[in-house]
Write a protein that binds this ligand. Structure first.
Ligand code: SF4
Length: 399
């Protein structure tokens, strides 16, 4: 019998990140409009950008899902119909919703498939059946659900299921959290999370003040499910979601590439080779991250899933130094610089498939061919052409 393979669903916090994720292999991306999502601090898409993003993705057989997963008051709900009609006209592939009022509104106005957001904390078959009965076509399950439980929910409720495979975690139950409301006056459930769980807190153990324990005891490690990709496949999970609409271009590209390459390899061979797994894991460590955990994918997350360290103390990090605008033997490599680097530095170009291309930047010039000893952000530079380098690929350097 033919095996069912999941899609790789990548975050796209901007139009440029959408293009990066699709070109690096994501089968689908999720994006936010200017309103109704849970990432008010992300760039988010204008209506024109949404239209362009959908066109770009569809031309490359990728899908676009739009998040409408904020919890809404009546005055907000009144603004939804016009936006839904627009999304229908530009042919988005689904909307991601938490609020029952939004589900009803979308179902009554259009045929756009409705995905129930993880924010709705769906953890069981009966809840999934309920969402199906009101028009949902897919459930993004709560992160507390294991892969085995997810398979059961899919089979029993006869509905598509989506699970997070990678990214930052919430310590709160499926993101139902009000710490930011109380500590920062920002409403997490309406797009205002201030990442208050990442702060250092003091544990008053009833001892004298000298013995109060300071710790990051609410900060979770990051999710990473690469090694259990075969479990997702055998349970026929429909979509594997990568968290991180607020994260960098390099994150969107690296995650899309690693997970889609791993999935394709497994699709062709039915197994993984340990050297490939190690090399994909090395790639996952090259983007900014906390220590990785499988959280509740196999068994319920315990105290070992707490990060308990200051933010940004990850072990190895690379940063994006630029994006390739042109690459041919005639023009050389034209790079739009994002972060400066020096003549003689080693940089890597991340290809859409296969291993990174290492370049020692001995001959850097500006666009008029004047030699440079150091590049500047937001400028165009040229490097000699190297085989395998193509337009839109990202360049990175070890920090
Ligand atoms: S403060 Fe932390 S736990 Fe709460 S919503 Fe934000 S990320 Fe999640």
């Amino acid at each position: 019998m033919k095996k069912h393979f999941p899609e790789i669903l990548a975050p796209a916090g901007s139009l440029e990140k959408l293009k990066v994720a699709v070109l690096y292999g994501a089968n689908a991306v999720y994006v936010g409009g200017q309103k109704f999502g849970l990432r008010t601090a992300a760039d988010n898409f204008t209506l024109d950008e949404l239209k362009e993003g959908v066109l770009f993705a569809h031309q490359r057989q990728a899908k676009v899902y739009v998040v409408l997963n904020s919890f809404l008051h009546d005055k907000d709900l009144a603004e939804i119909p016009d936006f839904i009609k627009f999304l229908s006209e530009i042919r988005v592939d689904a909307v991601i919703v938490s609020d029952l009022g939004v589900v009803k509104t979308v179902a009554s106005l259009t045929n756009i498939p409705i995905h129930i957001s993880t924010q709705a904390s769906t953890l069981n078959v009966e809840a999934a059946k309920f969402w199906k009965s009101v028009g949902a076509t897919r459930i993004v399950l709560g992160r507390e659900v294991s892969v085995k439980e997810a398979g059961l929910i899919k089979r029993e409720a006869q509905i598509e299921v989506e699970m997070f495979i990678h990214g930052s975690m919430c310590m709160a139950y499926s993101g139902n959290c009000v710490i930011s409301n109380f500590t920062q006056g920002r409403d997490s459930n309406r797009g205002g999370c201030a990442h208050s769980c990442r702060f250092e807190y003091s544990l008053d153990l009833g001892l004298d003040s000298m013995e109060k324990k300071k710790a990051y005891f609410m900060s979770s490690k990051d999710l990473e499910g690469l090694r259990i990709l075969p479990d997702f496949i055998s349970e026929e999970i429909d979509s594997l979601k990568i968290e991180g609409r607020m994260k960098s271009h390099l994150y969107a590209g690296t995650m899309s590439k690693v997970y889609s390459e791993a999935l394709s390899f497994y699709q062709e061979n039915g197994h993984f080779l340990s050297e490939d797994l190690m090399s994909w894991e090395m790639e996952l460590k090259k983007v900014s991250h906390r220590t990785y955990t499988q959280a509740s994918l196999v068994k319920p997350a315990g105290p070992d899933s707490i990060f308990n360290e200051r933010e940004n103390s990850s072990d190895s990090e690379w940063q994006m130094v630029g994006k390739v605008l042109e690459a041919s033997p005639k023009t050389g490599i034209v790079l739009e610089v994002r972060n400066a680097f020096n003549q003689g530095d080693t940089i890597e170009i991340l290809p859409f498939n296969g291993k990174a291309v290492s370049i020692v930047a001995n001959e850097i010039t500006d666009i008029m061919m004047k030699p440079l000893s150091r590049t500047k952000p937001s400028t165009l530079i040229k490097l000699p052409f190297v085989d395998g380098v193509e337009r839109w690929q990202l360049a990175r350097q070890k920090v």
